[in-house]
Design a protein around this ligand. Structure first.
Ligand code: ZN
Ligand code: ZN
Length: 380
């Protein structure tokens, strides 16, 4: 076996400073597994990385030791096991599950400590010491990645690689969308980025009575209609405070009218835009549920009418981060085993490109001209 590999690294603290570099294939510790990467997906957070946005800077500066070296990007992937450390016993929190060389795997991207209160209380997704691959430590946009066995998820052998590569973000969507029951519910989704789109698939497959989405991009609205979203409401980009207020009122009315009664049962806020957050809080019915997933650009958000909209209306707002380890992964496995779900997910994956063409893919995503992009690292 050769000792070096290609990897896509963030090499400097500025926008666009991402390139293919040759590095050593990692050596594994006794509790780790070495995986040959088959394919890896591009996430919205990777766009922040590529654009050197403020939100990701502290992590990258720490991981690169202030750019004394590069950091391998990427956290959504699948591949094959090539080496297993001597101390590895079981995986997926299942004592009966054994890992073998050649197994087709994906991985939980949050490496958790297994020692903090949350980890011990069965809430590993909110571990206080978690390290995210591709941000806090080397990631998966490389021919090989070494990971603790506690992160490794064994896939069905026949799962198509492009679907296997997107299970991590699909898990975000599952954790968010399925937090509240969906069966026979009227659901509205604000923002049809990949996670919003995956949430639509989940809501439809979980038997939501009606799925409405609010989106500003025609391209994305088109994909949503193709996967079976019942109503797509086109948002307009408003700039002045007066226009924004008018646009909020217009959207809230359209969302409520689409749902009938006094509004949808569940709102999934996937955009992080302050007006969409306000719309999600104000458009759900009394007693409705709001799932908060989209990250805001600015740290602050102000409620429009907190007492009325939240307290008197008795709504529930749930913040979602990561995936429940491994409850969410088992739910994702059930979903991707359904041929109908795979068909819908394929419409959201608009491109599978060789990893060397990552730059063009990222730029098309930034321009809103692509759905989910999967980078092909080859059969090897
Ligand atoms: Zn991601
Ligand atoms: Zn922990």
């Amino acid at each position: 076996m050769t000792t070096t590999m290609p990897s896509i690294q963030v090499v400097a603290p500025r926008a666009g400073a991402m390139e293919v570099r040759t590095t050593s294939i990692p050596h594994i510790q006794p509790h780790e597994v070495l995986i040959k990467v088959r394919a890896a997906a591009v996430c919205g957070s990777d766009l922040h990385l590529y654009q050197w946005d403020e939100s990701i800077r502290p992590k990258l500066l720490r991981a690169s030791d202030n750019f004394k070296h590069g950091v391998v990007a990427g956290h959504e992937f699948c591949g094959h096991v090539v080496e297993i450390g001597g101390a590895v016993k079981t995986i997926m929190d299942d004592p009966g599950m054994k890992l073998e060389v050649g197994d087709f795997v994906s991985a939980e991207s949050h490496v958790v400590c297994e020692k903090c209160y949350q980890c011990l209380a069965g809430e590993k997704h909110v571990c206080v010491n978690d390290k995210i691959i591709g941000f806090d430590r080397d990631g998966a946009w490389a021919s090989y990645i070494a990971l603790p066995s506690s992160c490794v998820w064994k896939n069905d052998k026949n799962l198509p690689f492009e679907i296997a590569a997107i299970q991590e973000p699909l898990g975000n969507a599952m954790h968010a969308a399925a937090h509240f029951p969906l069966k026979d519910q009227r659901v509205v989704i604000f923002g049809l980025g990949p996670i919003g789109m995956f949430s639509a698939v989940i809501a439809l497959m979980h038997g939501a009575k009606q799925v409405t989405a609010v989106e500003v991009s025609e391209y994305r609205a088109g994909i949503a209609r193709e996967i079976g979203v019942h109503n797509v409401i086109m948002g307009r980009i408003a700039r002045t405070p007066e226009d924004r207020a008018a646009e909020r009122a217009r959207i809230q009315k359209l969302v409520r009218d689409a749902a009938g009664h006094d509004g949808p049962d569940v709102a999934l806020e996937m955009s992080g835009h302050p007006d969409a957050i306000t719309n999600s809080v104000k458009s759900v019915r009394r007693g409705g549920k709001v799932v908060a997933f989209g990250l805001t650009k600015d740290a602050a958000y102000t409620f429009d009418d907190y007492s009325k909209d939240v307290i008197f209306n008795g709504i529930t707002i749930q913040g979602i981060i990561g995936r429940r380890i491994y409850d969410t992964w088992y739910k994702v496995r059930d979903l991707v085993r359904m041929p109908e779900a795979q068909k819908k997910l394929r419409k959201i994956i608009t491109e599978v490109v060789p990893y060397t063409e990552f730059r063009g893919g990222i730029e098309r995503m930034i321009a809103g001209k692509a759905g989910k992009i999967v980078l092909d690292f080859g059969r090897g």
